[in-house]
Design a protein around this ligand. Structure first.
Ligand code: PAF
Length: 287
């Protein structure tokens, strides 16, 4: 396993691998790696000759009132996890390496996709994500890149970016990896107190409540959302920032679930924002 901090050295290595006919699989991360990331890296390993993991806490995707300095940094453990999952290269640049003086480019997608839900609560967030993903793709030159469905709006933004700019990168989506009690794995979970961690199970239960309502024959999105909201309300310490049912390709709101849709929600608990989502398949009925 090799660690590169220079973008030019990383890019030269990627070009050499491509010239040798090797396929490059890429997993972009901000570090603080956990089993969810391990699943993404193993998937890249399964699909490609060379696996690159980037570890870069991207300041461009943090808002003014979001504390970038508090983002967990666990570099040595992250490198160990990358090694144990079979990664070949870790790309870990500094902020100056990625955004040198004079850096003047922002990749910005249509606000109908990036200004709603998570984008409304975190203005500019998805421009920061799109910019760094485009930058990383230019450096790492991957044939494929693996993203988790946990950040479903981010995945949709990345898919749109790649499609619109005709980037020759295959975007692979991996299902949400969950803890034993179904809470979606996230770097943020480490900030939950023990008591809030046990309360957090209400978040995946809200996704399940929505799926159950649909399977019981309810197709009206507002009523399905109400079922999820009731579940969140059953935990007094939890408050939903939003619960929405959207088209999984455009994030346009859905009013009647008559084709596959996605329920997406963010819940605040003990000062931590917990994201979750799940598919809504209208064809499935409870046995
Ligand atoms: O999901 C993340 O960890 C980040 O948003 C990403 C895709 C690595 C971009 O910084």
């Amino acid at each position: 396993m090799v660690v590169f901090s220079s973008a030019l050295a990383m890019q030269a290595q990627a070009i050499a691998h491509r010239a040798a006919g090797k396929t490059i699989g890429f997993v972009p991360t901000m570090g603080a790696l956990h089993s969810g990331h391990a699943a993404l890296i193993k998937e890249a390993r399964r699909r490609s000759d060379v696996v690159v993991v980037s570890i870069f806490v991207n300041p461009a995707q943090f808002g003014k009132n979001e504390d970038l300095t508090k983002y967990p940094r666990t570099f040595d453990d992250d490198v160990d996890l990358c090694t144990s999952c079979g990664a070949d290269i870790v790309f870990a640049p500094t902020v100056d390496e990625m955004y040198p003086d004079g850096f003047a480019t922002t990749v910005s997608l249509d606000r109908r996709l990036t200004g709603v839900l998570e984008g409304e609560h975190r203005p500019g967030h998805f421009d920061g994500v799109a910019t760094v993903v485009a930058l990383l793709f230019g450096v790492v030159q991957p044939h494929s890149a693996v993203f988790g469905e946990k950040d479903f709006q981010q995945l949709t933004v990345v898919r749109r970016l790649v499609r619109d700019l005709k980037m020759p990168v295959d975007i692979i989506a991996m299902p949400v990896i969950r803890d034993v009690d179904s809470l979606a794995l996230s770097s943020r979970n480490r900030f939950l107190s023990a008591v809030d961690r046990s309360r957090a199970v209400v978040v995946p239960k809200a996704v399940q409540a929505a799926q159950d309502a649909l399977q019981d024959g309810e197709h009206d999105a507002a009523r399905i959302i109400a079922a999820a909201q009731r579940m969140i309300d059953s935990e007094p310490a939890a408050a939903a920032d939003y619960i929405a049912i959207v088209d999984p390709h455009t994030f346009a709101p859905v009013t009647v679930v008559d084709k596959t849709a996605r329920i997406v929600l963010t819940v605040r608990l003990g000062g931590v924002r917990l994201l979750d989502n799940g598919p809504l398949f209208p064809g499935l009925r409870r046995a």
